[in-house]
Design a protein around this ligand. Structure first.
Ligand code: ADP
Ligand code: ZN
Ligand code: MG
Length: 486
């Protein structure tokens, strides 16, 4: 029974079946089989060498770090690691593939048979993972007016291809799976995870079958959809398209489709696609891939506390709300920043609300990049100074936030920004405290007015107590006198 989908989608007696194939670019320094820089560049053919453009006579050599990251991803997905796998040549002819074959894995992938647990509408479900294999990325085609160009900068970038079992039964489940996978992989430093730069690319397979039927329908593959939201929309559209084809007596053809995010429709790219003959055979230039205990150890030790565990800990140790803990653990750098900052303060909720509101705003507005050491240091310093002033009662919470905003958006020094507000605010604060004290003690006010001037000491004491000893008694005295004379 499909509990998740029934709530929000009316599938008209049909059950959607969906499997994902996700290509993840691994966050290595260099490419998979050569020492060219792996990092993204817009400059065509900048990072290339004889190996990654496939000149004859070169010898590819697997990148150890890429293997470690792929093993780490497999561990996170609860997979069985094949301690011995091997690379194969996948042969096909296309201009972005200079060797005319892609070095990939086929018969024995690096890892098999795992799962990732997702949650949709409060219901948990394990999505099975069929396999994870390593392969090199191809180059890119750039199409001009009447000529096309090839850019090999991306050739040989290390990829992990993750293939799910056909366990996904709604667009929401696909979305939940992808966002969770993306977060985990970025959290554990396996990929940079930039969707704009194509660090994570996903092909979606969709079919429908009569509800409860054990037999799968013909699947359609949707390619090149570049955002998780669009993938969800594409699946939604594809499910209803297939259902209406079947209901009107038609048949689903096995085909490859694209998604038009403006018209919100999938469209046909290639029809009647039969299995390609890639003529796979073992790569003769690379030894079988042995996963040693050392590599297993390095892969494991690079897995930090995972987001769900951290979230639970934030709630129990710091007493944060589920919402606050959720947002603070949406990004590992933010979570670590919060922990660093909170160490110096008693009031954990003050720190968490400050990070959620002010620090995250400054980051979202692009003023600071929390992953840059320099920026992180400044953010930490500013936040500490502001929070200390608030905790010491030198400025109000609002004034502290204002000071932080001013210092982060203009060139003014944080201490100066605090200092400015200290004066403004303390006058206001004292005045309102004085008025309160006078209101609360009408008899004493009467006595003072009829000559009992020594009562000034009592008023000063009350005001100072209200302001938690933070106000200068001399200033308090002059304000009280002013109010009582008027
Ligand atoms: P192919 O041989 O066409 O590449 P695979 O069996 O390797 O097919 O599966 C590719 C992806 O398609 C996997 O993610 C799998 O879960 C999914 N898939 C397989 N069969 C179906 C189906 N009938 N409907 C939807 N998805 C499917
Ligand atoms: Zn190279
Ligand atoms: Mg396949």
């Amino acid at each position: 029974m499909n509990l998740n989908s029934d709530k929000f989608y009316d599938f008209e007696g049909f059950e959607p079946v969906c499997g994902l194939e996700i290509h993840v670019q691994l966050k290595t320094k260099t490419k998979l089989f050569c020492s060219c820089p792996r990092e993204f560049t817009n400059i065509p053919n900048l990072n290339i060498c004889p190996i990654c453009v496939g000149l004859p006579g070169v010898l590819p050599y697997p990148n150890r770090q890429a293997v470690i990251l792929a093993v780490r991803a497999s561990l996170l997905l609860n997979m069985r690691i094949n301690r011995k796998s091997f690379f194969e040549r996948k042969n096909y002819f296309y201009p972005d593939l200079p060797k005319n074959y892609q070095i990939s894995q086929y018969r024995i992938p690096l890892a098999e048979d795992g799962f990732l647990e997702i949650e949709v509408n409060g219901i948990k479900k394990k999505i099975g993972i069929q396999r994870l294999h390593m392969e090199e990325d191809a180059g890119k085609m750039i199409h001009g007016e009447d000529i096309s160009y090839v850019d090999f900068s991306r050739s040989g970038t290390p990829l992990a291809e993750i293939v799910t079992k056909p366990d996904i039964s709604s667009p929401d489940e696909a979305y939940a799976f992808l966002t969770k996978l993306h977060k985990l992989l970025v959290w554990c430093d396996i990929t940079e995870g930039s969707m704009e730069e194509g660090n994570l690319r996903c092909d979606v397979n969709v079919s429908v079958k009569p509800r409860g039927s054990g037999k799968f329908g013909t699947k359609v593959e949707i390619k090149n959809v570049n955002s998780f939201r669009f993938i969800k929309e594409a699946i939604e559209y594809e499910i209803s398209r297939q259902i209406s084809v079947i209901k009107s007596g038609g048949k689903i053809e096995q085909e490859t489709r694209g998604y038009d995010s403006v018209q919100k429709k999938t469209f046909i790219m290639r029809s009647k696609e039969y299995a390609h003959d890639y003529r796979y055979f073992p790569e003769p230039d690379i030894l079988p891939l042995y996963i040693s205990d050392d590599i297993m150890e390095e892969a494991k030790s690079g897995i930090p506390e995972l987001p769900d565990d951290m979230k639970k800990r934030f709630m129990s140790v710091y007493g944060l709300s589920q919402y606050a803990a959720d947002v603070l653990t949406s990004d590992r750098s933010i979570a670590l920043f919060f922990e660093d900052l909170t160490r110096d303060f008693e009031d954990k909720k003050l720190v968490s609300s400050f990070v959620l509101e002010e620090v995250m705003r400054a980051i979202n507005e692009g003023i600071f990049n929390i992953n840059k050491d320099e920026d992180r240091k400044i953010l930490l310093d500013y936040s500490k100074k502001v929070l200390k002033s608030i905790a010491d009662g030198v400025i109000t919470r609002n004034a502290g936030k204002e000071a932080f905003r001013e210092a982060t958006t203009s060139k003014i020094d944080i201490l100066q920004a605090i200092e400015k507000r200290k004066k403004d605010i303390s006058e206001d604060l004292i005045e309102s405290a004085v008025l309160q004290v006078l209101n609360e003690n009408p008899k004493e006010v009467e006595r003072y007015k009829s000559g009992e001037k020594k009562l000034i000491g009592f008023f000063i004491g009350e005001v100072v107590k209200k302001l938690e000893k933070k106000a200068d008694p001399k200033v308090v005295k002059s304000i009280i006198e002013k109010k009582l004379e008027s």
